[in-house]
Write a new protein. Sequence first.
Length: 407
Amino acid sequence: MAACLQLNAKPLKPLLQPFPSSSNESLKPRAIRCSSAPSPSKRRYSITLLPGDGIGPEVISVAKNVLELAGSLEGIQFKFHEMLLGGAALDVTGVPLPDETVSMAKQSDAVLLGAIGGYQWDNNEKHLKPETGLLQLREALKVFANLRPATVFPQLVDASTLKREVAEGVDIMVVRELTGGIYFGKPRGFSTNENGEETGFNTEIYAAYEIDRIARVAFETARKRQGKLCSVDKANVLEASMLWRKKVTAIAADYPDVELSHMYVDNAAMQLVRYPKQFDTILTNNIFGDIISDEASMITGSIGMLPSASIGKSGPGLFEPIHGSAPDIAGQDKANPFATVLSAAMLLRYGLGEANAAKRIENAVLDTLNRGFRTGDIHSAGTKLAGCKQIGEEILKSVDSQVPAVV
Ligand SMILES: NC(=O)c1ccc[n+]([C@@H]2O[C@H](COP(=O)([O-])OP(=O)(O)OC[C@H]3O[C@@H](n4cnc5c(N)ncnc54)[C@H](O)[C@@H]3O)[C@@H](O)[C@H]2O)c1
């Protein structure tokens, strides 16, 4: 089983360096072959694939091919196990997370997920919703740390909703606590108040150890980036945030090389659109992280470009694009697969410690963008509109034609 928390590699930094455009656009033979560089013994990994619903199977199919090729060039062999999750699992087994899926995921070295959800399951009872399956999976894998990079690609800077001078050069890593806080806190439920009115309630709660472990992931992450960590909370109002700030401040003593700041979440939401370049690494709780990372994603232009990694203390990590199942474009070959392909790169880097193979994929994404290929969500005048499958083919060409990556 692969050790997780491979935080000793630089996270996605290379993405900010424009890769020289490849002039060779012909499709080279794509037979799986070994790297010409001397490689240590052949590494073998077992990967659970969870295509899920909507565009999930389309983007996973692309990412699987890219993983296979980049891996083979680095002497890595994968064994893939495709399992059911979400609506796809509900339709076949009656539950959103079958036991077989949990068992296979736990046995594997890493898990790559597409997306779950769709209109047809929207009115299901809560325990029979696709989203419940995903939350249960995160809980089962104990992946408490969610890393979400929001990087503005130089080629896509005009796709940002912000002005060029504000968006250009933005490179943020949001480290979000994933298995605690108000999404899981108890008590929760529905009740009736003294006036006989219906109420709904939830509990925002954090234990010290939960703050401690996510804070350490964030400090380690910041240390490998620009060395700046901003912890986002609501310590002026919420007790859970007061404890959060106290613990994070205490842990900072172990990381004298990291510059720690604190910011209230309402201000952070504002600063992200005012001057996002002030942020390097952001640490925050489950609910604030959910919102902040989606906001950060919009700076980059499209939700279809953003990967994520969810990792625990040990055991397999869960890697997935941050977007949903996009039922409005499912089955039309319109999905942007870059986020899932970059999630596969995160799987290699953070889940398996295979930084060279990760770099190959990141470089190939840049090269494909440099050669002008775009799905509809990031298409602009002068670029080449392509479907999900064609983008996949172009990324494979780029993986195949790049010089071996050196990290
Ligand atoms: N992690 C997950 O699997 C996840 C996350 C969010 C939402 N969902 C589920 O997905 C379903 C749809 O939710 P939603 O519409 O709010 O969010 P969504 O992310 O699926 O889609 C939002 C918008 O972005 C577009 N979009 C998303 N990903 C894209 C891609 N790769 N390429 C091009 N365009 C893309 C969609 O077409 C849509 O217009 C719901 O059932 C929701 O619960 C799942």
